[in-house]
Design a binder for this molecule. Structure first.
Ligand code: SF4
Length: 420
């Protein structure tokens, strides 16, 4: 081990942290063995070296080369929580909803198309709600655990392999949208997927590793060419001299229409649960459930428990942030396997709004930052015309034209995964 490696307790670090240190030149090489199996308590969230992360020059280099390559169509999509954190890097009030300026900046950087990952979240909601409905009605593999946080999925697969059949088989929104772009968008636009360079802009370090994991990829062998964090894209915007705060706002490219308000809240802890409930509740009540807000799953507490009734059916819920807190719920389930029907888990404080790739404003408590970002997301969601994923006509059109029914074999092939 080199002298500088001793700065870190190497044995604590997983693929994400090692990758970060390698990119920063802090270590000379990456271990050859599979660190996902070797490490026992680091799950790719990137949080352990959060304060040390500056930028990942290699990923930015890949992105810049793609942007300068005339043979490639470079498209990106931005995760729900990036738009309430990016402004922090440009002196704007914490929690500012900067969606329009973010799109304008990405266009200036040279992206051919800028899409909203909230649409990817809408696909996730539809598939996950359908999967949950089927498990509920067949009383099979309950509770169902969410699968959109790769930090949590890594933890579950490594530490609790007995949970594999309880994890939703849905890919994360990042992976679903990558698959949709490489298939649906490529076909409709007449472009060979090999000529599309897909970039996800995310709050998350774990998503960098997720792109490379087995069992989640499709079409050209992988769904996403590179994942760039909020801080990384901010550094690129700054390096190009773009005056972010004074940009005229622009709209996302319209190919996938406008995402629903359900997809928009995915960046908050409890957001996935609430979005799924909006769709499942409607189905369980034959379209009679008009309820949109499920305040009992909102908030920043590490563990939240609730029950909600749709018609004759009561659904028992738990929402967890922080991987160590999952153990509380798992202990409860060991004592009573029927205690919960649906459990959402996110690795980072506050959910993705507190991801390891997000800016950390100085001079403010993290809890205050998270409150402001969370409020920004809920306010932004209110502006969406469709409040539920199944009312997003553009997404439903993709099913009609390309995928068949929600949960069809085509949809399963493209949008679901296996756990090895
Ligand atoms: S909570 Fe969000 S940012 Fe954190 S590891 Fe999970 S997906 Fe990534």
């Amino acid at each position: 081990m080199k002298e500088k490696d001793k700065i870190y307790d190497f044995s604590h670090l997983c693929d994400s942290c090692l990758h970060i240190l390698f990119e920063r030149g802090e270590i000379d090489s990456l271990p050859s063995e599979n660190t996902l199996e070797r490490k026992d308590y680091c799950y790719n969230c990137g949080q352990p070296i959060l304060s040390e992360i500056n930028e990942f020059s290699h990923d930015l280099d890949l992105l810049e080369s793609a942007l300068y390559n005339p043979k490639l169509k470079v498209v990106c999509y931005t995760a729900p929580s990036v738009r309430v954190a990016l402004g922090d890097e440009f002196g704007m009030p914490v929690g500012s909803f900067v969606e329009g300026k973010m799109v304008a900046a990405l266009k200036k950087l040279g992206f051919s198309a800028v899409f909203d990952m909230n649409t990817g979240a809408d696909f996730t909601i539809l598939e996950e709600a359908n999967e949950f409905y089927e498990r509920l009605t067949k009383n099979k593999n309950l509770p169902m655990f969410t699968s959109c946080c790769p930090g949590w999925v890594n933890y579950a697969v490594m530490m609790h392999p007995e949970l594999k059949s309880h994890l939703s088989t849905c890919k994360s929104p990042q992976q679903m949208f990558g698959a949709i772009i490489n298939s649906v968008y490529a076909k409709a636009s007449g472009i060979d997927p090999k000529d599309i360079f897909v970039v996800s802009i995310v709050p998350c370090v774990a998503k960098k590793v997720e792109n490379k994991q087995a069992g989640i990829n499709s079409s050209k062998g992988y769904d996403v060419d590179v994942a760039i964090t909020t801080r990384e894209i901010a550094s690129l915007i700054k390096s190009r001299g773009i005056d972010f705060a004074n940009l005229e706002e622009q709209k996302f490219d319209n190919f996938f229409g406008t995402a629903s308000g359900a997809g928009a809240i995915f960046g908050n802890t409890g957001g996935v649960m609430e979005a799924v409930l909006r769709t499942v509740g409607d189905r369980l009540t034959n379209g009679q459930c008009k309820r949109l807000e499920f305040n009992m799953v909102r908030g920043l507490d590490n563990v939240r428990r609730a029950e909600v009734k749709f018609g004759e059916r009561t659904i028992k819920l738990a929402v967890v942030v922080g991987l160590k807190n999952v153990e509380t719920i798992l202990a409860e389930l060991k004592a009573d396997p029927h205690k919960y029907d649906f459990v959402e888990v996110m690795a980072c404080d506050g959910g993705c709004i507190g991801g390891a790739g997000q800016p950390r404003p100085s001079g403010m408590e993290l809890s205050e930052v998270l409150k402001l970002r969370s409020a920004g997301l809920y306010q932004g969601a209110l502006k969406r015309q469709a409040k539920r994923a199944h009312k997003n006509s553009a997404v439903m059109q993709v099913y009609t034209n390309y995928l068949g029914d929600i949960g069809s074999s085509k949809a399963k092939n493209l949008l679901h995964r296996k756990y090895n």
